[in-house]
Ligand binder design. Structure first.
Ligand code: XMP
Length: 529
């Protein structure tokens, strides 16, 4: 196991992901962790980046015992400055300008010192890297040698001449450092001697143990499920850990897809043995949506109605548990938050940057937590989508669910431009069902990341038989994306698109036209609202 000490960088989790991709297990702990409190000895230590300045009085510092462990250490950005500052506080100072973005580092081979050359081994003479720092090393710490430089940062990579202590100013963990993973491999495998035998099932066992310990023998946990892969994986994991003391709640908000509620109920209850309650809120949601046309207003009403129903259910669960032998309070709230959700919510914070009240991070728990004193459990918080899918497979979740496209919390409501009415929902639902079924039949469902049929509440004229019709416009949307922050329209065979359009106009009453949205994101978004 590698110990990752986190100094608060937004990319610290990416270090874990890089190591996991090499089948190496690492544990991330706060930078202030005391080595004496560890019950295990790490094979190596990585010090992450962070937003502070090492020379500030309030700056966080690693336990000095880290440096006495005798295991290899790699400092990244702030972590590198921490190493230099520890040698001599005059080694680090503010730079003249923030260095932010791509840089090419020149790798220097140190003659007769193979042990220090190991870090950049196999990476050639130049490496494309990503820099993001203001402070920098202004002096080479005593006993260290230079491994890599850029015109701007003479000490972009350093190593101690005799001890296995390394530092890099750039961020090898981000995508923009394309060969960063190789650097981690050099460090973890060749320098630390870590074994590459970590597998997803280890992570699952580890999480189950952690959850059991955290929740204890009595407390109850509730969590909302949607039928999507994230909440299903989280719910299945929780069930494995604490059985029926986990209560999954599915709220039918009236804007789900055709037969979705029944299908989710069947899968979660029957196939996955999850203790599930379905709340029928369709009429309440639709009545509260009446008259609303503004997208954010729609989202807010759906969010708050959801919490109203969810809170009622939490109270009911607790009451019902009172009469059982292992009655315990509902103390925890499960969320299937993934790492990209965490990042997106962070970067979307602040009045100017709120593009959409996205995802469930933030809003939902805030009221639940404050109102009821619930504590949050987020077992998938470190994982990326592809990892959660793998996780799901290991938990025995069916491939169709594992590969399911994401579906937003506000459902069809943000796929109808303008006011949501039961009639419009029914139309969009039917058109969507035809669209998705035809995509599945064509065997191309997994080629796209998300697809749906939305509805424009303006109407257009058409002719059917000999009659003039005046009906809604269906907007088909299908995109490919890796991270949902940018997306491209999926390139359908035109013939298939025409067939889809024909079926929708023929089979869905009230539709006069079908269009295909070919806007990229940006400037468009994936959902219509
Ligand atoms: P956009 O439309 O912003 O969507 O390009 C990016 C991804 O986020 C999903 N999305 C949401 N998910 N609540 C959610 O739970 C929302 O309000 C919401 N808005 C967008 C969207 O489906 C896509 O996967």
């Amino acid at each position: 196991t590698i110990l990752l000490l986190d100094f608060g960088s937004q990319t610290s989790h990416l270090i874990l992901r890089c190591l996991r991709s090499l089948n190496i297990y690492a544990e991330m702990l706060p930078c202030t962790t005391k080595i004496a409190d560890l019950t295990w000895k790490p094979k190596g230590v990585i010090l992450s980046g962070g937003p502070a300045s090492v020379y500030d009085e309030a700056a966080p510092h690693a336990d000095p015992a880290v440096f006495d462990l005798g295991v290899p250490i790699l400092g990244i950005c702030y972590g590198c400055q921490e190493i230099a500052w520890r040698a001599n506080s005059a080694n680090v100072a503010a730079g003249e300008a923030r260095e932010y973005g791509h840089a090419d580092v020149t790798i220097k081979k140190v003659e007769g010192a193979d042990h220090v050359n190991k870090l950049f081994q196999g990476l050639g003479e130049e490496m494309h890297v990503y820099m993001s720092h203001f402070d920098k090393l202004v002096k080479l710490p005593e006993g260290f040698t230079i491994l890599a430089s850029t015109p701007n940062s003479e000490f972009a990579g350093i190593a101690h001449e005799t001890k296995p202590v390394f530092g890099v100013q750039f961020h090898p963990e981000v995508e923009h450092t394309p060969r960063g993973v190789e650097l981690f491999k050099n460090f973890a495998v060749d320098i630390c001697g870590a074994r590459q035998h970590w597998v997803m099932s280890d992570f699952i066992q580890h999480e189950i143990q952690r959850i059991r310990k955290l929740v204890g023998p009595k407390a109850q946990v509730i969590g909302a499920v949607s039928g999507g892969v994230d909440s299903t994986v989280a719910a299945r994991l929780m069930t494995e850990a604490i059985g029926d003391r986990f209560h999954a709640v599915l709220v039918d908000n009236g804007v789900m897809r055709l037969n979705e509620c029944q299908q989710v109920k069947e899968t979660l209850e029957k196939h996955l043995g999850i203790n599930l309650t379905v709340i029928d809120g369709a009429d309440l949601f639709l009545s509260r949506l009446k008259g609303l046309t503004e997208p954010e207003a729609k989202r807010k009403v759906i969010g708050s109605t959801f919490i109203d129903l969810f809170e009622e259910e939490a109270i009911r669960i607790e009451k019902a548990a009172e009469n059982t032998p292992n009655a315990g309070k509902v103390e925890y709230f499960l969320q299937g938050t993934l790492y990209p959700d965490v990042i997106e919510s962070l970067s979307f914070k602040g009045p100017s940057a709120t593009i959409k009240t996205h995802h469930n991070v933030g809003g939902l728990p805030a009221r639940m937590m404050n109102g009821q004193g619930l504590k949050l459990i987020e077992p998938l918080r470190e994982l990326f989508k592809d990892e959660v899918r793998e996780f799901g497979r290991q938990l025995g979740i069916h491939e169709d669910l594992v590969m399911r496209h994401p579906f937003p919390g506000p459902g069809i409501a943000i796929r109808i431009i303008g006011e949501v009415t039961p009639e419009r929902v029914a139309i969009a639902r039917k058109a969507d069902h035809i669209f998705i079924s035809m995509i599945r039949e064509a065997g191309i469902y997994n080629e796209m990341s998300q697809a749906y049929a939305g509805l424009d509440t303006n109407r257009a004229v058409g002719v059917m038989g000999d009659a003039r019709v005046y009906g809604y416009i269906i907007i088909l949307r299908a995109v490919t994306t890796t991270n949902f922050m940018t997306a491209e329209p999926y390139e359908f065979k035109f013939d298939l698109l025409k067939k889809i359009a024909r079926r929708i106009v023929n089979e869905v009453d009230g539709v006069a036209r079908v269009t295909y949205d070919i806007t990229s994101k940006p400037p468009g978004t994936i959902e219509l609202e």
